[in-house]
Design a protein around this ligand. Structure first.
Ligand SMILES: O=C(O)CCC(=O)C(=O)O
Ligand SMILES: [Fe+2]
Length: 188
């Protein structure tokens, strides 16, 4: 309970700062009511699994993720702009924060979802704790400050649940499902 409360507090601080950094009044977005999820990942890496994927390339589907990674066993890799995977070495006493697909929809494309994966590097048990701030409870769409003539709406409004179902049924796990929400004005 204490861990969840502390992570939630951090979600609020980071989420409000993200909103303010885009010129959105953080009081207006109701972030306190956005649902969260929590998952503990355990990887039983064996000598046979070294070199193979632990989790295939994906983006997180929610808004914001706080990841407490294994402090001794590496394997997490994050994709950079050029499409290369960069290993994130274990770093005790740190948390890793990344943006998911709902951040891209909510910000009208200003915040970018991050592709990542886990590779098995050594035959050890690896544990990570992932907390997800999923996004607005009902419709996910950009606040009015982020839509104008120069920034037309890029995504049709959705709900997190509908988007999850679409990701699941299309098996598009690495953010590609966002393309199915593009409006005619979408532009890179
Ligand atoms: O185990 C990790 O380091 C990452 C797990 C992850 O990407 C996830 O749970 O979405
Ligand atoms: Fe992830």
């Amino acid at each position: 309970m204490r861990y969840a409360e502390a992570v939630h507090e951090l979600f609020m601080r980071i989420g409000k700062k993200l909103a303010e950094s885009l010129g959105v009044k953080s009081e207006s977005i109701g972030i306190e009511n956005w649902p969260c999820q929590f998952r503990i990942n355990k990887y039983n890496f064996t000598p046979q699994s070294v070199g193979s994927p632990g989790v295939q390339t994906h983006t997180d589907s929610g808004f914001l993720t706080i990841l407490q990674d294994d402090e001794g066993v590496g394997g997490l890799e994050v994709m950079n702009k050029s499409g290369e995977f960069i290993p994130v070495e274990p770093w005790p006493d740190t948390l890793l924060v990344n943006l998911g697909d709902m951040a891209t929809v909510w910000s009208n494309g200003r915040l970018r979802n991050v592709k990542h994966r886990v590779q098995c590097k050594e035959a050890k048990i690896r544990v990570s704790i992932a907390s997800f701030l999923l996004g607005p409870r009902e419709t996910v769409e950009p606040p009015p400050e982020l839509v104008d003539d120069d920034h037309p709406r890029w995504y049709v409004p959705t709900t997190y649940e509908d988007y999850r179902k679409m990701r699941f049924s299309t098996k598009l796990q690495a953010g590609e499902a966002l393309a199915l929400l593009h409006t005619p004005t979408f532009d890179k």
